[in-house]
Design a protein. Structure first.
Length: 561
């Protein structure tokens, strides 16, 4: 089979730009900017003799109701065909020109907005600080040519074209070429003003204005409390006045001072995509056009992204930053009203959409679905942090927890157990205490195992505990001290023996009042000692249970522990 020309494009620098972000709105803007660039590429790239394989090209036409709320496009593009250098230069010139205008207009609007704030401000110290910020935006707004040159120098839109055999795992090969290409991307030169930082922090940037003409993004404290109170009292900086809120409304929980970053990544996609063909096309469109297997896959992938985005935006208090198929990044309150609507509920919503995506793939590619090494799933890293904590650190921890979930799975795969669907949780308390645990496999694409699996029992246990802090505290310390001594293989062989242990140690009235919780706890311990999804070592079983109980304590406590 003869070789054909393939093109790959990568945009950046994403990590460097994210490092400039300090707030929810700036992280969202930084992410959305690159999604916008990719969407512009899809719009401007030639259609004749240039077939975009990934991302889904028609995705650029998705409704604005969704596309203006979250980044949907990745930082890499793959196509069949060759892109001429002069064509790429034209496209880059147009993109940098449009983006330069957006930057300049944002700086002008920000300068005018700050000027109005200065006129209304009576605090002289704050007035001087506003004058300094206004000066930066005022100077930047006058530098249209400098901004354009800065963007051309700072942003990277790199392209390679290679000849490949269509049987050789096209995306994998192109990805490896782009990995090498990114190593040689030039470093941007020094400028007196960091226009990118100014832009992503500007509340008047056009991406945020398109998101909402009102204030587009809440503060971290507003997100933290949004599941319980939509209109909390706030100070002049938009931060929640917690002391006033607690005195004006009953039912406050300390976890309303915390929010979560959730990062998700797909499992098994690399192996699956390797099996998709790009040289065999089928007539599947109503207008008679043909699609190959890879473009059909990327279309379904994009539709899954849009479905998840719509579900989260319309039905939850989550604030998605990026949803690109198997790669998700969002902020969310720890609870939305009660313990039933927690981060696990959010994960369940995503997994429900994922099951629909998986079913469509199974129908489109039945031969691939039959293969044992092509099962797909999602793993999650969850970082729960205090609203005043550095956001970059919380995001780093979410990435770390996601790696931990996937590393654990890979370790088990070496033992041929084929576990997937991990969720790793980290809670960084304001007091300095850290709570971390890895939940068992979710079995998100196996309905039977979902209903009977250890993951479901763990989430049921978490949601069953309502609030009795002193009782839970004593239980946690008892588990910490006694678990490895008491819960031997002989004891955990039968439910009756586990029940007898609890009847012996927890027979007071306070324990009877929490009967449902204790019944679930006893059942969870039995399952944990019999399930293949559970940690193997007794110490690790104890650590899992300890983490779950600490989480229960965290979401129900009324004060900081």
């Amino acid at each position: 089979m003869s070789n054909e020309k393939y093109t790959a494009i990568t945009i950046g620098p994403i990590g460097k730009t994210f490092s400039k972000a300090r707030s929810v709105k700036s992280f969202w803007t930084a992410s959305y900017l690159f999604s916008w660039i990719m969407r512009e590429l899809l719009e401007k790239l030639p259609e004749e003799n240039f077939e975009v394989l990934s991302p889904h090209r028609a995705g650029k036409d998705v409704s604005e109701e969704t596309s203006k709320k979250v980044g949907l496009f990745p930082d890499r593009l793959f196509a069949k065909g060759e892109l001429e250098e002069k064509e790429l230069k034209r496209i880059k010139r147009e993109i940098f020109g449009e983006l330069g205008e957006k930057f300049k207009n944002a700086f002008q609007d920000e300068k005018d907005d700050i000027a109005r704030k200065i006129d209304a401000e009576s605090d002289q110290k704050w007035k001087r600080e506003l004058e300094e910020i206004k000066s930066r935006y005022s100077n930047a707004a006058l530098k249209g040519g400098d901004i354009r040159k800065y963007l051309e120098d700072y942003l990277s839109i790199s392209c390679i074209t290679v000849e490949l055999n269509s049987d050789c795992s096209i995306l994998e090969r192109l990805n490896s070429y782009l990995d090498t290409q990114e190593l040689f991307n030039k470093a941007s030169t020094h400028t007196d003003e960091d226009y990118m930082e100014l832009f992503i922090e500007a509340p008047n940037n056009p991406f945020l204005k398109a998101y909402s003409q009102e204030r587009a993004f809440p503060s971290t404290s507003e997100i933290a409390v949004s599941g319980w109170e939509q209109n909390p009292p706030k100070d002049e900086n938009g931060e929640v006045e917690y002391s006033e809120l607690k005195s004006s409304k009953e039912g406050f929980r300390n976890c309303y001072k915390y929010l979560a970053v959730i990062k998700a990544d797909g499992d098994g996609f690399g192996k699956y995509i390797k099996k998709l063909k790009v040289d065999e096309e089928k007539e599947i469109k109503e207008n008679g056009e043909k699609e190959n297997e890879l473009t059909r896959f990327t279309k379904s992938f994009f539709e899954f992204s849009v479905e998840v985005a719509d579900e989260l935006i319309r039905k939850t208090k989550a604030r998605p930053v990026y949803i690109g198929g198997d790669d998700l990044f969002l902020f969310t309150p720890v609870l939305e009203g009660d313990t039933e609507k927690d981060v696990f509920n959010l994960i369940e919503k995503i997994d429900t959409s994922f099951r629909g995506f998986q079913e469509k793939l199974n129908a489109d590619f039945p031969d691939i679905a039959k293969k044992p090494d092509t099962k797909l799933s999602m793993s999650y890293g969850v970082s729960i942090f205090y609203y005043k904590s550095p956001m970059s650190e919380a995001i780093h921890i979410a990435d770390s927890m996601l790696r931990k979930a996937k590393e654990e799975k890979e370790e088990k795969e070496k033992e041929k157990e084929k576990k997937k669907d991990a969720v790793a949780i980290s809670i960084q308390k304001h007091s300095g205490q850290k709570i971390e645990f890895l939940l068992p496999c979710k079995h998100s694409t196996d309905k039977c195992k979902q209903e009977t699996g250890l993951y479901k029992k763990a989430t049921e246990l978490i949601r069953a505990f309502k609030e009795d802090d002193s009782m839970l505290n004593s239980l946690i310390y008892w588990i910490e001290d006694m678990y490895e001594t008491i819960f031997t293989d002989e004891v955990t062989l039968y439910q009756e023996r586990i029940n007898a242990v609890f009847d012996n140690f927890f027979d007071e009235e306070i324990h009877k009042e929490n009967e449902v919780f204790f019944d679930l706890l006893k059942g969870f311990i039995l399952s944990m000692h019999h399930s293949k999804d559970a940690p193997r070592k007794l110490k690790e079983k104890k650590e899992l249970l300890h983490g779950i109980l600490r989480y229960c304590q965290f979401v129900t406590s009324k004060t900081e522990k």
